[in-house]
Design a protein around this ligand. Structure first.
Ligand SMILES: Nc1ncnc2c1ncn2[C@@H]1O[C@H](COP(=O)(O)OP(=O)(O)O)[C@@H](O)[C@H]1O
Ligand SMILES: [Mg+2]
Length: 309
């Protein structure tokens, strides 16, 4: 694709990546892949390695009209960057400040999902240092920080005597920790693009858990697209994806992580408003299965920046 796509050629585009969250390295990879795709497409594009304290000036100096946000985690995915861009009247990809903030906050998301009748695992909030020795937390369960991604600080707890260690590990990423019922079963994820679900992806890992190692380091993780679910499960997964995306009021793309229980029930875990965008990431994989290559996906996402919903 060497021809600049329509209206986009009139704009200077900034790919925003890096930042200082714990997902900086992954964001840089996403950003570089998107930047290359736009260069190959012939767009007027600059790469901006976001420095939180200098961000406003970085944007002013760059003279961009639109931002493709490839940041993950705090600052870039939690609505802060989106709010600053809105104040500067710069178009940007993805969800607005409120939806972004809600999605990155696993507790707020769960409340929304519950209100909308979306099935989620049972959970409770624990504070760092809280005495949990007499608590009714049952195992197996999952301990995860309230605000974090990439499975950072997350543990699967198989025995009661491991709860403390898991809480302390999650507490390294913040005061509030979510203790969630473990859902045995299969790992699936559904991308949503401009209001429609992409093909379901199943992730098959060595131990059934999509932790940091399985996400970024292991060669043993396999991806099945479209996932080999039966028709009913497949449809339910896509419906749950759409519903979760809408429940948080997301715009453009999102990727909804879920578990498919052994009984065939879908449990929504979380919505990622800025999913990984390397050429090997899950959303591009799902897009490809629907006939869209990486550049086409990025261009489509960029177009979304210029539309309201
Ligand atoms: N309740 C749960 N039951 C089973 N596995 C879980 C549960 N919660 C998380 N996991 C595992 O941990 C991974 C990461 O959890 P997730 O809630 O998506 O947080 P993150 O933002 O770190 O991706 C999931 O993809 C899944 O493999
Ligand atoms: Mg996840």
């Amino acid at each position: 694709m060497n021809e600049k796509p329509g209206l986009l050629k009139n704009y200077k585009i900034g790919v925003l990546a890096g930042g200082s969250s714990s997902e900086r390295e992954i964001s840089l990879k996403s950003g570089e892949a998107v930047f290359r795709a736009f260069q190959e497409t012939g767009l007027n594009v600059v790469f901006i390695d976001v420095k939180e304290h200098d961000f406003s000036f970085q944007i002013d100096r760059s003279g961009i009209d639109a931002a493709f946000i490839a940041l993950h985690g705090r600052f870039g995915e939690d609505g802060t960057v989106q709010k600053i861009l809105e104040e500067k009247n710069i178009y940007y990809t993805g969800s607005d400040p409120e939806s972004s903030a809600q999605a990155l906050d696993k507790l707020a998301s769960k409340k929304r999902f519950r209100d909308e009748g979306i099935r989620i695992p049972g959970y409770r909030l624990v504070r760092a240092g809280e005495d949990i020795s007499c608590s009714d937390i049952r195992v197996p369960c999952v301990a995860k920080p309230r605000y974090e991604g990439s499975s950072l600080g997350l543990s699967i707890v198989l025995s009661k005597d491991r709860i403390r260690t898991a809480v302390d590990k999650a507490a390294e990423f913040g005061e509030e920790i979510i203790m969630e019922e473990f859902v045995p079963g299969r790992e699936i994820t559904v991308g949503v693009l401009d209001g429609a679900p992409l093909p379901v992806v199943e992730i098959v890992t060595a131990d059934g858990i999509y932790d940091y190692g399985a996400k970024y380091q292991s060669d043993d993780t396999e991806y099945v697209v479209p996932a080999g679910l039966n028709e009913v499960e497949y449809r339910r997964a896509q419906e749950a994806g759409l519903k979760a995306h809408a429940a948080l009021g997301c715009r453009g793309v999102s990727r909804v992580d879920m578990r498919l229980s052994d009984k065939g029930e879908i449990f929504v875990l979380e919505v990622n408003t800025i999913p990984g965008l390397t050429e090997r990431s899950l959303l591009p994989m799902a897009a490809k299965a629907s006939g869209m290559d990486f550049s086409q996906l990025c261009v489509k996402m960029l177009y979304g920046a210029f539309t309201e919903s």
